[in-house]
Design a binder for this molecule. Sequence first.
Ligand code: HEM
Ligand code: HEM
Length: 161
Amino acid sequence: MVKSYSRAQIFLHWAVALLIVFNLIFSDAMSELWEQMEHTGPAPTTTGAWAHIIVGLAVLALVAWRLTLRVTRGVPHAPVGTHPLLKFAGDAGHIALYALMIAMPVTGLMAFYGGFDTLGDLHAEVLKSLLWALMGLHVLAALYHHFYLKDGLLNRMRKPG
Ligand code: HEM
Ligand code: HEM
């Protein structure tokens, strides 16, 4: 079992985090285009909407790379002494984040290119809210480890061991 994240794993964590936050915040162009398409049929994809699609595709590709590394190289265990319940919550939270990082772009693509309108609602309402909520908990958990438990967990995502 490895003791730290690799340089590539750390880069991928922060690159994906940035891209996801970008798409969560800058989604207006895509939402406007979608609304227009629902009312008046096919419309040319605007630059803002392209940005949303390309960033979403990049997330999908980088997460695939990340999961491959997770399986082939592995990831470090929870710090020694972590309460089993906290360890379970951490693992479950990470699995849910991975699932959402895949489900967001996939539902977006299926709605936009496949015409599955209900997946558009799932994408823009349920999954979006879940992603914000889990990300919030994830960041709070990281800060709790750093400032309260002082177990060095945050540093594992800052520099390779
Ligand atoms: C990391 C990936 C993605 C994230 C975090 C994301 C996030 C969002 C957000 C926050 C909205 C606006 C929700 C609202 O109205 O409040 C949205 C709308 C939308 N996104 Fe994405 N998106 C991602 C990838 C994609 C991809 C790859 C596509 C493919 C075309 C896509 C298609 C759409 C569509 C069609 C809408 C409008 C849906 C509607 O308003 O019902 N998204 N997305
Ligand atoms: C300020 C923002 C963030 C901070 C401070 C942060 C911090 C961390 C830390 C310290 C770890 C390592 C946990 C460990 O060693 O057990 C981690 C792992 C992880 N983070 Fe974040 N993170 C942030 C944003 C995000 C975002 C936006 C996402 C995705 C939506 C994300 C998804 C993940 C996942 C899936 C893991 C598990 C990695 C693995 O072991 O496979 N993080 N994060």
